[in-house]
Every structure is written in structure tokens, then in C-alpha cells.
Design a protein around this ligand. Structure first.
Ligand code: XMP
Length: 534
């Protein structure tokens, strides 16, 4: 979609690598204000091209004193002054403002990490709606400290230790918060952001999914025109389903979807997904059973990355054949391809030093199944590329996509191939895994826990252990259960089930899945583990 057509003022976030930067963007969007996040070291030209009303300089793990610490471009302050732009620095962002405008930030005099009380000293700026002496709990996370303010700035709040907690220069429209208002550990943080954006900056809102839907449909229609055809590969997940439903609403049956059964799907997945696509969403879908092709190519392969490559390549050749068939049938090549790319995949940020990240594109590239054949020359339609996952779900709801789809746990593109450790074609590993996974997931649903878990699944281990079943010694398979909580899959914690629940599930698995005599639970977080075992 075209960000310029959004009916809302824009709050632009310059990202300096804080783990909370995306959260600020999402919090602001929850106020129906459009917000975008770009790299903190973007050029002045890039920043101004967005035409923001407010710029927020995010937190970050850097110190303004380190060599090469990221900063805003020269000319930024002058541009903000001339253009009537409001600027808010958060944590590192505040220290950048102080240092760049001639104040002083000292290293490590008084460190503040975690819960802290602050007191309003002046009812100005972000605290214009508070009384002098008002106290509130906030979340701090800083080693450096402001010791001298730039000319024209005032302290409006201090921490219980006396450190500067909030500053402002009303005339310049520059503000700063040393704490993180975006996290829930700052209980009044959202109120402060709301007051700042609406009352201090006078931002007009207008970002909501109804508007986004109208705008998307207009943009898709404009791009595709009245003649062209579009293809889309459905995975059965939230993103591709919502993207396809949206494009279908815009251009109708000139959208052609393909759903590939690669033999690595979960229990009855093809049937369940196909049924919903047809009867609930009325999407034109061609289901292709390519399990033999995939599984024969995976025979004997144990290396996880090799599995991913083989699956990606095979997927592309099927996709290519689909495009070719359509060309024969329609008498013209489909010109566009829909992809369910989300905003976190396209955000460029300033990653923390030593994280090994360049920007988010790089982190996730191995997660995309395959890629696109070079000679397909399809133009991309990415209708969700400005949206976060929760916004995609909201959009899906407006489009009447059933909750069963919208609330589904993420499922990796290579499917069960990365959940059967080692050779996926060995014995009846896939079959056993499907049965175990189904019991585990169904039990989670029956216990009402599905929506509180980010992702849950079973893993088939390529080892056998000794057991005793019906007075007989068995030498059967071990399966692992994994359930995690997470915000975005980048970090995760294992989910705490009650012992009774685990006991019931383990019993049920051993009693009903032939070939399994031992069930273990994975209790590692990410890091140090990853969510998937391969
Ligand atoms: P990891 O295992 O890297 O997983 O902690 C993070 C999230 O990504 C999913 N995942 C994948 N998704 N292709 C995908 O489409 C992949 O190759 C892949 N590997 C992991 C994983 O399920 C989790 O949600």
C-alpha cells in the first residue's frame, strides 16, 4: 500500500537498536496513529521523504561516547525546526539529543536498571497534564546519565535517585524521556505517549484496519489493472491466507492460488485447509499433491540446511509448472505474485553491536521457503508489508477469515522435515510424528491453552529407548514435546504446563501411538536453543 495515502499523521521512529523499538511503533498504531520505523542512521533525505509530524529517536544498547555510536544525520535539527516537527528521544534517544545539542552525558555515574520511581518537577512537556510532585513507576534501562542540559532545555522529571528522567525544550519542540514509556512495566507510559502525541503534538489519527482495507483494495486494483492475472502460493498460515483473501476481494477470480502438499504437512492438514479455503473463503485454489516428489528428494538427507534447500528448490519447480499451466489455460502469463511479507521482515534497524545482525531481512531470509525463480519475472504484490502480525489478524477478521486460521500457531515452511530429526523418510517417522503432534495439539486446545501458547509441536527423535509395554520389552521411539511463549519468535521461553496435563498427554501418546514408548519435554528457552530443533 502507499504510505502517503494513509489518513493519519505519521510518527516516524528512528531505530537505534533497542529491543523495544517495534513495540513503540505498535503502541502508537494502537492509538490509531500511523507509525513507521526506519534505521536510526537513515539519511536526512530518507527521513524527510516520509513527511512525519513527529520523530521519535529510539533507545538502544549503545553509549553516545562509543566510537561509531549511531546518530541522526547532520541537518536533522535544522530541518525539524524549520518544518515544525516534534522530536521525542527515548532513553538513548534522549542522550543523543542532549549530546548533539551541546549538553553533557556522563558514563556510568548512576546506573538505573528496571523498576524506578520518578517525580514530576514541572508540569510541562510530556507531563503537562500532571501536577508537580506527582510520582509514577517507570522502567529504566541505562548506564549513561545526563549531567548538563543543552541551552534552552529544562528538567521536567527526576528519578528517585535524582537522575534526569524527562526533559523538554518547548520552543524547539524537542522532548526526552530517560525511561521506556512503551513497556508495560511503565504502567502510565501509554497515557504519557497518548498525551504527548495528541495534546502536545496535535497529531491527527486515522490509522485503522478498515481504512487500510479500502486503501489496499484501491492500490491493488490500480497496480494490477483490469486484465492481468495474479498468482499466490498458500501455506495454510495466517499471512498468505489474509494476503490472498484481500487480493481476491480486489480482483476476484483473476487471482489463482496454489496449495502444495509436500508430504510434510500435519495430520489431515491438506483436507482441513482445502475445506476452509473453498467453503469459508471461496478462494480459487489448486491443491497439488507433490508428496512423492518431495520425499524422494529428501531420502537419506540428514543435514537441516540441505533439507531446507531441497524443499525450497522443489517448491519453486512446482510453482513454476503452475504458472506455466496457467499461461496455457489463460493464453497469457500471470504478471503478479502475491506474498504475505510482514512489516517486521522489511524494517531496517540499527542492530546492537556484536549481535551479528545487519537488518531484519538477513535474519529471516533462511526462513523463506525457496525464493522465486529468476526467469519468472513476476511483479510482487505485498499487501501486508506495512503491517504487524496483530494488525494482519485484525484485517483478516474484517475479511471474515475464520479464527481457526487467524489464531493458528506459526508453522515452518519446510514443515515436519525440520521436526523429524535426521532422515524424514526413515521408517514411519512422519506418520508417528503426525499422530503424536495431533494428540498434543488437541490436548492443548481441549485444555483451553492454545491461545496462550505462541507455538507448540512434537519432535521425532532418531533414537530408540527400552520400555516395557504389556509385559513385553520394547525398543521404540522417543518423542519430544515443545511449547513456547514468544512475541515474535526471535526470543522464546518454554511454556509451563501443569504436571497433570503433561502426565495425561504422555500417557495418551504411549497408549495410542504404536512405536512410541517415551515422551520427553523440551524445557529450554531461545536463546540458547532455537524454537525448532533443526
Ligand atoms: P527458530 O527455530 O529459528 O524459529 O527459533 C523461529 C520461528 O521461525 C520458524 N521457522 C521457520 N519458518 N521456514 C519457515 O518458514 C524455516 O525454515 C523455519 N525455521 C524456523 C519457527 O517455526 C519459529 O516460528
Amino acid at each position: 500500500m502507499d504510505p502517503k495515502a494513509v489518513k493519519s499523521d505519521l510518527v516516524l521512529i528512528l531505530d537505534y537498536g533497542s529491543q523495544y523499538t517495534h513495540l513503540i511503533t505498535r503502541r502508537i498504531r494502537s492509538l490509531n496513529i500511523f507509525s513507521l520505523c526506519i534505521s536510526g542512521t537513515s539519511s536526512l533525505e530518507t527521513i524527510t521523504s516520509h513527511n512525519p509530524k513527529v520523530v521519535i529517536l529510539s533507545g538502544g544498547p549503545h553509549s553516545v561516547h562509543s566510537a561509531n555510536s549511531p546518530t541522526f544525520p547532520s541537518g536533522f535539527v535544522e530541518w525539524a525546526q524549520k518544518g515544525g516537527i516534534f522530536v521525542l528521544g527515548v532513553c538513548y534517544g534522549l542522550q543523543l539529543i542532549v549530546q548533539r545539542l551541546g549538553g553533557q552525558v556522563d558514563v556510568g555515574q548512576r546506573q538505573e536498571y528496571g523498576r524506578m520511581e520518578i517525580e514530576v518537577e514541572k508540569n510541562l512537556g510530556v507531563f503537562g497534564n500532571k501536577k508537580v510532585g506527582d510520582k509514577q513507576v517507570v522502567w529504566m534501562s541505562h548506564g549513561d546519565e545526563t549531567v548538563k542540559l543543552p541551552y534552552g532545555f529544562e528538567v521536567v522529571a527526576r528519578s528517585q535517585q535524582g537522575a534526569v528522567a524527562a526533559v523538554e525544550n518547548r520552543e524547539m519542540r524537542f522532548f526526552g524521556l530517560q525511561y521506556h514509556p512503551e513497556v508495560t512495566h511503565s504502567p502510565e507510559g501509554m497515557d504519557t505517549l497518548r498525551y504527548f502525541l495528541f495534546d502536545v503534538c496535535g497529531v491527527s489519527p486515522g490509522w485503522n484496519m478498515e481504512n487500510v482495507l479500502d486503501e489496499e483494495i484501491r492500490v491493488i486494483n490500480d497496480a494490477v489493472g483490469p486484465e492481468e492475472h495474479v498468482i499466490c502460493a498458500l501455506s495454510g498460515g495466517v499471512d498468505s491466507t489474509v494476503a490472498a483473501t484481500l487480493v481476491h476481494k480486489a480482483i476476484g477470480d483473476r487471482l489463482h492460488c496454489i496449495f502444495v502438499d509436500n508430504g510434510l504437512l500435519r495430520y489431515k492438514e491438506r483436507e482441513r485447509v482445502a475445506e476452509t479455503f473453498e467453503s469459508d473463503l471461496h478462494l480459487p485454489v489448486t491443491c497439488v499433491d507433490a508428496s512423492n516428489e518431495f520425499l524422494s528428494k529428501l531420502k537419506g538427507v540428514v543435514d537441516p540446511e540441505m533439507k531446507r534447500k531441497i524443499i525450497g528448490k522443489e517448491f519453486i519447480s512446482i510453482f513454476d509448472a503452475f504458472a506455466h499451466e496457467l499461461e496455457q489455460k489463460l493464453g497469457k502469463k500471470p504478471a503478479y505474485l502475491v506474498q504475505g511479507t510482514l512489516y517486521p521482515d522489511v524494517i531496517e534497524s540499527c542492530p546492537p553491536p556484536g549481535s551479528g545482525r545487519t537488518h531484519s531481512h538477513t535474519i529471516k531470509s533462511h526462513h523463506n521457503v525457496g525464493g522465486l525463480p529468476k526467469d519468472m519475472k513476476l511483479k510482487l504484490i505485498e499487501p501486508l508489508k506495512l503491517l504487524f502480525k496483530d494488525e494482519v489478524r485484525q484485517l483478516g477478521r474484517i475479511l471474515n477469515v475464520p479464527d481457526a486460521f487467524l489464531k493458528r500457531h506459526p508453522f515452518p515452511g519446510p514443515g515436519l522435515a525440520v521436526r523429524v530429526l535426521g532422515d524424514v523418510t526413515e521408517g514411519n517417522a512422519l506418520d508417528i510424528l503426525r499422530q503424536v503432534d495431533e494428540i498434543f495439539i488437541q490436548s492443548i486446545k481441549d485444555a483451553g491453552l492454545y491461545d496462550s501458547i505462541w507455538q507448540a509441536f512434537a519432535v521425532f527423535l532418531p533414537v530408540r529407548s527400552v520400555g516395557v509395554q504389556g509385559d513385553q520389552r520394547t525398543h521404540s521411539h522417543v518423542v519430544a514435546l515443545r511449547a513456547v511463549t514468544s512475541q515474535d519468535g526471535m526470543t522464546a521461553d518454554w511454556y509451563y504446563f501443569e504436571h497433570k496435563f503433561l502426565d495425561d498427554v504422555a500417557r495418551k501418546i504411549c497408549n495410542s501411538v504404536r512405536g512410541v514408548n517415551r515422551v520427553v519435554q523440551d524445557i529450554t528457552s531461545k536463546p540458547p536453543s532455537t524454537i525448532e530443533w533443526e
